[in-house]
Design a protein around this ligand. Structure first.
Ligand code: ZN
Length: 171
């Protein structure tokens, strides 16, 4: 497995139990009759609330969607607008990390330092930051910097808002 550890990774012993439990519980709800590949995800919002989601397939295969997408939709419907932590639960020979599309979807609401916990039904398999999974990313502040600064609290990435452009991005 290739690693991109430019961003500091969260420590495994800091694993947020309720978040991981929510991702595992969401996986149990997956509608995956075609792939038989159930995935659950959970996101924690700026209020500390946890929102779960599962993958939802349908007979027109490409029209299905991912667990992370479901979790983000649940968060938005509940009024959450910032993701402070993510957990993804899948069972495979390899750790199940968010697909490329979901990394971008998470980027809409999460900062580069947002931890993403990768788990199966019993163990923590790895932790990454969003910045490590999606480096040099394109986010909402690129399109509307004034909107982004009004939308998120001052303090930049440490406050949980989208990351400000930095030297690494500009290099
Ligand atoms: Zn996905």
């Amino acid at each position: 497995m290739s690693r991109n550890d430019e961003s500091p990774s969260p420590r495994a012993d800091e694993a947020p139990g309720p978040l991981l439990a929510a991702a595992r519980a969401a996986r149990a709800q997956a509608h995956a009759p075609y792939s038989r590949f159930a995935v659950g995800a959970a996101v924690q919002d700026e209020h500390g609330r946890i929102h779960g989601g599962c993958n939802v397939e349908n007979a027109a295969y490409p029209q299905g969607w991912c667990a992370e997408t479901s979790a983000l939709a649940a968060m938005v419907m509940a009024g959450g607008r910032r993701v402070t932590a993510v957990a993804v639960c899948g069972v495979s020979d390899q750790p199940v990390t968010p697909c490329g599309g979901c990394r971008q979807k998470l980027r809409e609401f999460a900062a580069d330092d947002c931890p993403i916990w990768i788990v199966d039904t019993e163990t923590v398999l790895g932790t990454h930051t969003l910045g490590a999974l999606l480096p040099f990313s394109f986010g909402p502040e690129v399109l509307a910097p004034k909107l982004a600064s009004a939308r998120y609290p001052p303090g930049g990435p440490s406050a949980g808002g989208p990351a400000e452009p930095d030297a690494r991005r500009e290099a």
